[in-house]
Structure formats: structure tokens, C-alpha cells
Design a protein around this ligand. Structure first.
Ligand SMILES: Cc1cc2nc3c(=O)[nH]c(=O)nc-3n(C[C@H](O)[C@H](O)[C@H](O)COP(=O)(O)O)c2cc1C
Length: 143
């Protein structure tokens, strides 16, 4: 069975809500999934997964520091050729999503599902279906 890990950071819970719906979409498509907040992940775990999915909101045109630090740590994991995907909630600019996918592509040489999924807080409230579909799109690449 294909395996994915969804790793996220959040402040007010919007990106977490997205993460849970993406997990549901992946599971509906037959993927075994783990969901973890970024601080709970050891990069050694990543080798066990076919896909690594990162979620982070945008604050001050940037990622939250914990996700930025995690991306530095990910450099030491064997990720080349694995499937990657990114998502995050935002207010008006949403740079974090492109930042994470750029790093996955250019530094880790992962096969990234594009575009990543960006949702304003107001969209997240009614956005379960779209998030689930994104999960299924990721699943289609790994199954
Ligand atoms: C202090 C502060 C700074 C923010 N800076 C940005 C920003 O630079 N660009 C943007 O698109 N959204 C910005 N936002 C909006 C958040 O990204 C948005 O509220 C998002 O839904 C939060 O997601 P979360 O609940 O997962 O943390 C900012 C919000 C706050 C409170």
C-alpha cells in the first residue's frame, strides 16, 4: 500500500483543517497516511513514505520558522524522486506554498504535484471538498 505523510504548521488552525481534509482525500484513494505537526517529525522517518506533503500558512510574506527549520533538516533525508506536494492557508499573498514547492523541486529533486493548494481562511471553512480532491490528486501520482 502506498504511504504518505502530511506534515504541517499552523497558528489559528486553518492550515490544520486543510491538512485533515487532504488526509481524508488520500485515505479515500487508498493511501496509508500519517498526519503530524512539524515539530513532531524526525527527518529519518521520511524514508518510509512514497509522498511527503507539507503545509504552512504565510506570515509576513514568509513561512513559519518551524517549517523553515524543518526544510533545512530535510536536506539530509533521501528525497530524490519521491512525490512532494504543498498547501497552506493565507490572507493576501501566500508565498509559503511556492517557497516549499521550490525547495522540494530545486534542492530535494522531488517530483512535485503542481500547483500547490492555497486557501484563504474564509475558503477553508467551506473548502473540505477541494482539499479532499487535492489529496486524491496526490494519491493518483503515487498509486
Ligand atoms: C500577523 C499576521 C501576518 C500575516 N501575514 C500574511 C502575509 O504576509 N501574507 C498572507 O498572505 N497572509 C498573511 N497573514 C494571514 C494568514 O496567513 C491567514 O490568517 C491564514 O489563514 C492563517 O493560517 P493558519 O490558521 O494555518 O495559521 C497574516 C496574518 C497575521 C495575523
Amino acid at each position: 500500500m502506498a504511504k504518505a505523510i502530511v506534515i504541517y504548521e499552523t497558528t489559528y488552525g486553518y492550515t490544520e483543517t486543510m491538512a485533515k481534509a487532504i488526509v481524508a482525500g488520500l485515505k479515500e484513494a487508498g493511501v496509508e497516511v500519517e498526519l503530524k505537526k512539524v515539530m513532531a517529525v524526525n527527518t529519518d522517518e521520511l524514508k518510509d513514505f512514497d509522498a511527503v506533503v507539507l503545509g504552512c500558512p504565510t506570515y509576513h510574506h514568509d513561512m513559519i520558522g518551524t517549517m523553515k527549520t524543518f526544510l533545512f533538516k530535510m536536506k539530509n533525508a533521501e528525497l530524490k524522486g519521491k512525490i512532494g506536494a504543498v498547501f497552506g492557508s493565507y490572507g493576501w499573498s501566500g508565498e509559503s506554498v511556492e517557497m516549499m514547492s521550490d525547495t522540494m523541486k530545486h534542492i530535494f529533486e522531488m517530483d512535485v504535484v503542481e500547483p500547490g493548494l492555497k486557501m484563504k481562511g474564509t475558503e477553508v471553512v467551506t473548502g473540505e471538498k477541494e482539499c479532499k480532491e487535492f489529496g486524491k490528486k496526490i494519491a493518483a501520482k503515487i498509486t
